[in-house]
Design a binder for this molecule. Structure first.
Ligand SMILES: [Zn+2]
Length: 396
């Protein structure tokens, strides 16, 4: 069974555990083990918590009925007894001191699913707790998985760097929600030749779905016809589908007919530049038509998401967006002048699902309007986006 980010967020006890988020500078001061405990989380997943005096620097490896957490520069403590909860997949935990590395080896009762990035967190000290490395996982069919992950020795809280060497690739399909912007009574922007944004992005969305389905993903479209959807409904849809990635497709318009090229946006409360803010205002204006329901959803999400988790989602989104920009550049798709990835408070991106909003090009530019209408160019865009999804690192 797969544990989703959404389920994680719904766990009250978890939210209560999460403390402040002040970034800490990585240091190599000797670390020491404080406690080890296990627990059962919502959805039946097993949680392993390793508490240390300082921020842990770790690698993780797991395979046949075993999960090993390697804590670098850490000293074990013989009198630390693992508090084993009932009903978890962990039968036994042992400490092995290997030079300066402390290996926490958990013997599992069965095979587990691949552990994804969002299933590992480092929690800051709070109350009676010191730093906690929290790993959630579930039983699965992980035959032959040999995965290892290394944390970056930076201030990043949740981000991990992967060195995955699977002997057998896991067949678990990741869930991607593709959102064709606008629709129905909201045409989006309209080119001089009459091309409507809602039509272009729906066509690209359908092609992208087809491609990603072929690539083995489980994909959903927020809309598959010319209907109007509120922005909150789109974000909520991604939540409900437990999506791993959310891609919102749009096309741009600018008073300057010379302006051209794609641009990619991730969510931030503060826009990275004035242009990004203006764009977010105009994209968000779609909801001015019918704003009911979104405010509450948005509030719920903000309450559910701790600052730490918001940052984790932001980091994953940024990673995807950068990869997507690279992929578009590689495909020689014209990029709008300026940074390839910008940030602005887009309502549609306000969820617990990492993702990005892609402005595919400018309908206000005569040449690009022509291109955006053409099958050939749409396919080129789809290929580039699909490649960015394929190179996005879903697992730890
Ligand atoms: Zn739009």
């Amino acid at each position: 069974m797969k544990i989703t980010r959404r389920q994680l967020l719904k766990t009250v006890s978890f939210s209560a555990l999460v403390a402040g988020i002040a970034p800490r500078v990585a240091f190599s001061a000797p670390n020491s083990l404080r406690s080890i405990r296990t627990g059962v989380q919502a959805g039946g997943k097993t949680r392993l918590v390793v508490e240390t005096a300082n921020r842990p620097s770790y690698t993780l490896s797991y395979g046949d009925k075993q999960l090993i957490v390697n804590l670098s520069n850490t000293t074990g403590k013989a009198d630390v007894q693992t508090k084993l909860a009932n009903g978890t997949l962990i039968k036994r935990v042992t400490q092995i001191q290997d030079g300066t590395t402390l290996k926490i080896s958990a013997t599992l009762s069965g095979l587990i699913d691949a552990i994804e990035k969002n299933q590992i967190m480092i929690l800051e000290p709070n109350g009676d707790n010191d730093y906690r490395l929290v790993i959630d996982f579930s039983s699965g069919t992980g035959r032959g998985i040999t995965t290892s992950a290394t944390t970056t020795a930076t201030a990043k809280t949740v981000k991990t760097e992967t060195t995955t060497k699977p002997t057998t690739k896991t067949t678990k399909s990741h869930i991607i929600v593709i959102d064709a912007g606008h629709g129905g009574k909201d045409p989006g922007c309209i080119g001089k030749g009459g091309t409507q944004e809602k039509t272009v992005v729906l066509s690209v969305a359908k092609k992208l779905k087809k491609k990603l389905d072929t690539d083995g993903y489980k994909t959903y479209l927020t809309r598959s016809s010319d209907v109007y959807l509120k922005l909150g409904e789109r974000a909520e849809f991604a939540e409900k589908k437990h999506a791993d990635l959310f891609i919102s497709l749009h096309a741009n318009a600018n008073p300057s007919r010379d302006m051209k090229g794609f641009s990619i946006y991730t969510l931030s409360e503060k826009a990275s530049d004035e242009e990004a803010q203006k764009l977010a205002d105009s994209e968000n204006a779609a909801d001015k038509i019918d704003v009911d329901g979104f405010e509450q959803f948005s509030k719920d999400i903000r309450v559910a998401l701790s600052a730490l988790q918001q940052r984790a989602v932001a980091e994953l989104s940024e990673e995807y967006a950068n990869g997507c920009a690279k992929s578009m550049n590689k495909a020689s798709i014209e990029q709008q002048k300026g940074p390839s990835v910008r940030h602005a408070p887009f309502a549609v991106l306000r969820s617990t699902v990492p993702g990005a909003l892609i402005e595919l090009g400018h309908l206000s530019n005569k040449n690009e309007e022509k291109l955006l209408k053409s099958d050939a160019h749409q396919n080129k865009l789809v290929d580039a986006i699909a490649k960015s999804v394929n190179s996005y690192d879903f697992d730890v």
